[in-house]
Write a protein that binds this ligand. Structure first.
Ligand code: SF4
Ligand code: SF4
Length: 317
């Protein structure tokens, strides 16, 4: 059975305002009366979600900017959901970390500032004290930053504490990002999708994003709320996948002419059988990447042989 995920946007209007994040899009398209998710609403939503669904505290905002974020995390964990957190530490307190350290995580990611001041985050004693508490708690699964280089002082601190960190490319978020604004502030190139053709696939059709008003949009690329699957104040969780919007996305993945967000997205993968098989082999734990590489080398060796056999059979006629 496919692992399903739901990302919780605990508030709309993230003040961390990373240059590479289309905050303007969601702020303009959001019609809810409350921009901060109410705790009681959160409980209503989560009660509708099967316990096997991985609950992410990330979505379209820094989760800890909602003062009830920690209560929400504990509530979801008590229900038995695997918990995924991605945070910049903005809005987090030392008391939050004390409570966080008592839970287990599917993933716990730290989104680091980059060298190019692309994020509205104070890098001061308070920041390092929180980071230090989290490292001591032993709950972080990965650190990452976006762009060419991590913030130099943060990078030095992490190296000193023997913590590895990954570099993420900046993507145009399926056409939602103002790339000119990024180019003016950062030297990093922005990755855009060459309109993918043919059949497509993407597991993130089952990693939807919940907004404070209960609306659920397709995925973390849907900053303009183009594909609203339903609303968890009104609908059941299963209804999201029976909605006309979800069916339109499924049809659009099969039909290149259909205008769905995935046709402008860098994350979309080829849905051709051969490519799907390649991905499946690559994902076999341990031996997958090597097996995929060997098969691809074998194909390159046997391809000229196939051409020779074909030409030889034509010549003999
Ligand atoms: S990338 Fe995350 S932290 Fe930065 S503005 Fe967007 S939602 Fe906020
Ligand atoms: S292809 Fe892009 S837009 Fe479509 S579901 Fe995947 S991440 Fe979202």
């Amino acid at each position: 059975m496919k692992v399903r995920h739901l990302e919780i946007t605990t508030m709309v209007g993230c003040r961390v305002a990373c240059v590479y994040c289309p905050q303007d899009k969601i702020s303009h398209r959001y019609f809810g009366a409350d921009r901060m998710m109410r705790y009681d609403d959160f409980k209503t939503y989560i009660e509708k979600i099967p316990k096997r669904v991985v609950v992410h505290f990330t979505g379209f905002a820094e989760p800890f900017l909602n003062p009830r974020c920690m209560d929400m995390i504990e509530y979801a964990a008590r229900r038995g959901h695997p918990i995924y957190i991605s945070t910049t530490l903005a809005g987090m307190t030392r008391e939050d970390i004390r409570r966080l350290s008592k839970l287990a995580y599917y993933e716990f990611q730290i989104h680091l500032p980059s060298a190019e001041k692309a994020m509205n985050l104070a890098i001061n004693d308070k920041y390092f004290s929180l980071l230090s508490d989290l490292v001591t708690a032993g709950i972080i699964t990965d650190f990452h930053f976006h762009g060419n280089e991590v913030h130099p002082v943060v990078g030095a601190w992490l190296r000193q504490h023997a913590a590895d960190f990954a570099q993420f490319q900046i993507q145009d978020r399926a056409g939602n990002l103002n790339t000119e604004k990024v180019k003016a502030r950062m030297s990093t190139p922005v990755t855009t999708a060459a309109k993918p053709n043919g059949k497509l696939r993407c597991d993130r059709i089952y990693q939807n994003v919940l907004l404070p008003n209960g609306d659920v949009v397709l995925c973390c690329m849907d900053w303009s709320a183009e594909h609203v699957l339903g609303n968890l104040k009104r609908d059941r969780f299963e209804d999201l996948y029976r909605s006309e919007t979800f069916r339109r996305v499924l049809r659009g993945l099969r039909k290149p002419g259909d205008d769905i967000l995935c046709r402008t997205c860098t994350v979309a993968q080829s849905g051709a059988v051969r490519d799907r098989l390649k991905t499946a082999i690559h994902n076999v734990p341990g031996i997958g990447p090597l097996a995929a590489q060997t098969l691809s080398q074998l194909r390159q060796v046997t391809r000229p042989l196939g051409r020779f056999v074909f030409h030889a059979s034509r010549a003999s006629r």
